[in-house]
Design a protein. Structure first.
Length: 626
């Protein structure tokens, strides 16, 4: 924002002015560590790079100077933010404080956008935009004509392909520095030294002031326990929770990955006489606020929750955060474990890990996912299977700096035990891998007899239309799966004819029969199999069978489909442009509770997430309460 004309840049005066705005607009008494340094540098025209833990108060670092800028000159501060929901939250909070702020994003109708642009032109203030918008040259020309004093890039780690949230559009934010020529402030809660460098280079920051927070939490005793299965973990959760309850001091939070598990864990704890409540986004508002009240008031100091629980309900006296299942990334873990011991008194964070968690999260992620997300899970696994100081591992992950060992975590207190359990778990894992591999080999070695080959061909011959190899195998096995039912495979006379053979052997047989020309490949988009030289009859007039028109198989799918139809009509899009059937089904299966979880559903992608995310979460939430 630079020096404002006629005002001396006396540090003391500036400090007083900053204190004044902090109290007057935000109602805070003192700055948090790093905030004043970041603000002062920015106001003096220097680029700033902020690395503060979640909840460290990053937004204030650009909001406060932006407010001073608009109050003094009516000027504008640009804020680049990755999610509409985040933008809307912040804009709402600022406007409630009387600060002029608007968000421009793809969710706005034409006239809303025009009104927002007019408001910025007339009143100045904070202008929140998505990174996509910055790429639009026309937008930048419009922006260039406004009195922009500074620009902020929130969640700046999205620039890095190696971070956990890569966003392609972030790569083009370098134009900001080049074209606007104003000081930039880039903020993130998670960045290794390498990512910090990438942010600096990509944005073109000029010898920025680096404000780096302290990620250590010296009062937290971290530990990981490798257990097999849910029952063992539920028992362990009960034991851990009991120690907190018996001491009658403070609260405990138990995290689980799914709503079902949250509910069953809570029931389990209650059966053991423990005062537990549960919370997830799918419960009715009433049930949710009851659970929260009982927790807050101390009547039920144990809360079992999904990741949806958190924002704004932090309590300083949480003595224990136990994860009954692994969270999806190390970032999430740090954030959730970090809710323990906010009062600075000793607290425990226990992560109960079972190898099956890897499968759970792979399913939640789907398989078409950018490498960063997988890396976030990889970091969590490294943490779980690490044998060095936990505290140091976390700090290193977030800052790239190796701190001292904490002396409190399991690895510090009993390195031999940690080492032994990690080794044992790795061995068990390798053993299971070998068993699976051996089974696969056995299945692949199975050779079908001539008579069995004939049954495979007969099955295909009785099909009305070509299907995939896997579908042939499912049909011959007599599968009752949804996919098999949808294709009406049970109507085939050979349905279940080879039910004793493994699916893998059947697929291989189909592949062999294809090379022997007893079956023929069909289908361009989806490879299918058919009988050589046999004509495929057009579907007989009556039943308009798939693929046209997706038929929902549960209420959530139906409501997602309604939503899609309405959106498509409103935007004059094709339904699949809103999202394809596969994504619709994936959302219904994953039942995501947070934008983060929704973002990793197959086919969602950042654009769809930004456009539809919050409303989709509402639909999911509504469906699961009924
Ligand atoms: P971050 O973006 O770093 O996760 P936020 O900017 O959302 O954090 O701030 C987290 C919380 O801290 C908010 O509730 C905010 O009001 C509060 N906060 C920020 N700065 C201060 C301060 N100086 N004093 C007290 N509370 C603050
Ligand atoms: Zn340690």
């Amino acid at each position: 924002m630079g020096a404002r004309e006629g005002q001396p840049l006396d540090t003391r005066t500036l400090n007083e002015q900053l204190d004044d705005t902090l109290k007057r607009v935000f109602g805070h008494q003192t700055f948090r560590p790093g905030q004043r340094a970041a603000i002062t540098a920015l106001e003096r025209g220097r680029d700033v790079q902020v690395l503060l833990p979640t909840g460290g108060g990053k937004s204030l670092c650009y909001q406060l100077p932006a407010i001073r800028h608009v109050e003094a000159t009516g000027g504008v501060t640009l804020v680049v933010s990755p999610l509409i929901a985040l933008m809307e939250d912040q804009v709402g909070a600022l406007r409630a404080r009387g600060v002029p702020a608007v968000a421009l994003h793809s969710g706005l109708a034409h006239d809303e956008r025009a009104a927002a642009m007019r408001e910025v032109q007339e009143r100045g203030g904070l202008l929140y935009v998505s990174p996509e918008r910055v790429r639009v040259a026309r937008f930048r020309r419009w922006l260039g004509a406004l009195p922009v004093g500074a620009a902020a890039v929130d969640e700046a780690h999205c620039i890095s392909e190696w971070g956990h949230d890569f966003r392609k559009d972030y790569l083009s934010l370098g134009v900001l520095k080049a074209e606007l020529g104003v000081p930039l402030i880039a903020l993130t809660a998670t960045a290794t030294a390498r990512v910090m460098d990438e942010i600096r280079e990509s944005l073109g920051l000029l010898s920025p002031l680096v404000v780096q927070g302290d990620f250590r939490r010296p009062n937290l005793a971290l530990s990981v326990e490798l257990l097999q299965g849910d029952l063992a973990r539920a028992d362990r959760v009960a034991t851990l929770v009991r120690t907190v309850v018996d001491q009658k001091a403070g609260r405990a939070v138990v995290y689980a990955a799914t709503r079902k598990r949250v509910k069953s864990l809570c029931a389990f704890l209650r059966k053991q006489g423990l005062p537990a409540g549960y919370y997830h986004a799918g419960r009715s508002d009433g049930a949710r606020s009851n659970a929260q009240e009982a927790y807050q008031g101390g009547r039920r100091p144990v809360l079992v929750a999904t990741t949806a629980f958190g924002m704004g309900v932090d309590h300083p006296d949480v003595r224990l955060v136990v994860h009954a299942e692994a969270p999806g990334t190390l970032e999430t873990y740090y954030q959730q474990a970090g809710r323990a011991g906010r009062d600075g008194l000793p607290a425990r964070c226990v992560l109960l890990y079972s190898t099956k968690d890897a499968g759970t999260h792979a399913r939640i992620r789907g398989d078409s996912v950018h490498p960063g997300r997988v890396e976030g899970w990889g970091a969590l696994q490294d943490y779980v299977y690490g044998t060095g100081c936990r505290q140091r591992a976390l700090v290193r992950h977030f800052t790239g700096v190796d701190g001292p060992a904490c002396g409190l975590c399991d690895a510090c207190l009993d390195p031999a035990a940690v080492h032994a359990s990690v080794t044992a778990s790795r061995q068990a894992l390798a053993e299971r891998g070998r068993t699976r591999e051996a089974k696969r080999r056995r299945e692949e070695a199975i050779n079908l007899s001539t008579a069995q080959d004939d049954l495979v061909v007969a099955f295909v011959d009785h099909l009305r239309r070509p299907v995939s190899k896997r579908m042939v195998a499912l049909g011959l096995k007599g599968s009752q799966s949804r996919a098999a039912r949808r294709k009406k495979l049970s109507e085939n006379p050979q349905f279940g004819a080879l039910k004793d053979l493994p699916e893998r052997a059947l697929i291989l047989a189909v592949e062999r029969l294809l090379t022997e020309d007893r079956l023929a490949p069909r289908g361009k988009k989806y490879p299918t199999v058919w009988i050589p030289n046999k004509r495929v009859r057009q579907a007989a007039g009556t039943s308009p069978s798939r693929p046209r028109g997706f038929r929902p198989s549960n209420p959530l799918e139906a409501s997602l489909k309604r939503f899609r139809r309405a959106e498509a009509r409103r935007r004059r899009w094709k339904a699949y442009q809103v999202f394809p059937n596969a994504t619709l089904v994936a959302i219904a299966n994953a039942q995501p509770r947070t934008l983060e979880e929704l973002g990793v559903v197959r086919g969602m992608g950042p654009r769809r997430l930004a456009r539809f995310g919050p409303r989709l979460l509402e639909l999911v939430g509504a469906a699961s309460t009924t």
